[in-house]
Design a protein around this ligand. Structure first.
Ligand code: AMP
Length: 421
């Protein structure tokens, strides 16, 4: 397989799919530029070799051309971080775009306007009436798919090489994340540095496991984590099921959970998962005590309670001190650790203690030689909030993409680079 390190970009144009889907405030100021910084090594390497990156990204979920989602808003910031001359094409496949690409001078990069201004990027029809008939839906789908070929071909025509550095969208089979790869032979398509790191981190968690392996799965709902939990049961030694999911398990085992969040239609599933874990010899670790609150608010009255004796009118919003200790013991004994999802409502300062304790235990285990991967949305916000990101082995930039990879699914963006090799 071709690698970015080996490839010499001298005199070449490279279409680089990045994930510059950064949060902007009402004045279009970037509030968190982590995603841009994450792609810099790839872009810098191309420029240092003497090549020109043609940068493609999406921003937000536009339904068409919308100034709010224009990548022009981030152009200056990208140029500043890249320390390079970055030009802008205000239409990713417009008339003049090919000419702009052709005119790039050594050291210059070109940022293309939001790829999702075109429905063809995602290949999904837009603007269909809610009462559209099945025929209308199918005709619209056909039309956008037909247009997608031409859209993809145009994007590919700008470049000699294709580099995918957008792990955040690797689970999407979009024009620029996957389909475009067909236009490049195996020697001229590759992952960027970020994508390589993400793929390696997932590989360590799924296939190169140092034991004991502990996964900490938190978050609000069992229903959104079923597939990942089922796949992890085939891999892990310890599975800490925490956060809002706790209470569905506690109730399934006959406990009293008061007003805690619970999916009543998933009680059987919870029992099933516990049974499966037993059969597979996986140690499931559930909370024994909770920090409870008399309302869903940071200022609520609080108390600690056994997790299965929560009074009516009260709800568990974080784990209690006994559980913290229990989790920490398991985590500190581990050699491979995956963390996805907080132990409680960490957005409320009075319910962050459990998540922080988990983060700190992971940092300690990492210091003692464990490999730790944190990813999938809220746990990343947690480690950042607690200033612990530097103490774990890897913080993934992929939310949905990371979860799908750990579910064992093949990600189109990754598969597309591997094809023809
Ligand atoms: P998820 O997006 O599924 O990973 O869930 C993350 C969300 O779960 C966060 O916004 C937390 O506030 C929420 N959460 C965690 N624990 C609880 C809980 N005990 N009760 C309600 N929400 C929770």
């Amino acid at each position: 397989m071709q690698t970015i390190e080996k490839y010499n970009f001298a005199g070449k144009k490279a279409f680089v799919r990045v994930d510059f889907n950064v949060p902007l405030d009402e004045n279009f100021k970037i509030t968190d530029d982590t995603r841009i910084r994450a792609a810099l090594p790839t872009l810098k390497k191309i420029i240092a070799d003497g090549g020109n990156p043609v940068i493609g990204s999406h921003l937000g979920r536009p339904k068409g051309v919308t100034d709010k989602y224009s990548l022009r808003h981030i152009l200056g910031h990208v140029a500043g971080l890249l320390e390079a001359d970055v030009l802008f094409a205000d239409d990713c496949i417009g008339e003049g775009t090919a000419a702009k690409v052709a005119a790039l001078k050594p050291g210059q990069a070109l940022l293309l306007e939001n790829l999702r201004f075109y429905a063809e990027e995602e290949g999904k029809p837009r603007g269909l009436a809610e009462d559209a008939s099945d025929e209308e839906k199918s005709a619209a789908k056909k039309a956008v798919k037909a247009g997608q070929k031409e859209f993809t071909r145009k994007l590919a025509s700008y470049a000699d090489a294709y580099v995918n550095d957008a792990f955040g969208t690797a689970h999407r089979a979009h024009a620029s994340t996957a389909l475009i790869a067909e236009y490049f032979d195996a020697d001229n398509k590759m992952f960027g540095y970020l994508m390589e790191k993400e793929v390696q981190a997932v590989e360590k968690i799924l296939n190169d496991i140092n034991r004991p392996f502990t996964a900490i799965m938190g978050g609000s709902k069992v229903s959104s984590k079923i597939e990942i939990i089922e796949n992890l049961l085939n891999k892990v030694d310890n599975l800490i099921i925490t956060g809002g999911m706790t209470y569905t398990f506690t109730k399934a085992q006959g406990g009293r959970i008061g007003n805690s969040i619970c999916e009543d239609d998933k009680l059987d599933l919870a029992t099933d998962l516990l049974q499966k874990a037993k059969e597979k010899g996986v140690n499931i670790v559930l909370a024994t005590d909770a920090k409870i609150a008399d309302s869903f608010s940071n200022d609520a009255k609080t108390a600690f309670s056994p997790v299965d004796e929560i009074p009516d009118g009260w709800e568990g919003l974080d784990i209690g001190p006994e559980t913290e200790k229990q989790y920490a013991e398991v985590i500190k004994r581990s050699k491979t650790i995956l963390w996805n999802g907080p132990t409680g409502v960490f957005e409320f300062d009075n319910f962050t203690h459990g998540s922080r304790a988990v983060g700190e235990a992971i940092v300690e285990a990492t210091r003692n030689g464990a490999f730790s991967l944190v990813g999938g949305g809220d746990s990343v916000a947690c480690v950042n909030k607690f200033g612990l990101a530097g103490g774990v082995s890897y913080v993934s930039t992929g939310g949905g993409a990371l979860l799908e990879a750990i579910e064992g699914k093949t990600l189109p963006g990754i598969a597309a680079i591997g094809k023809n090799n």
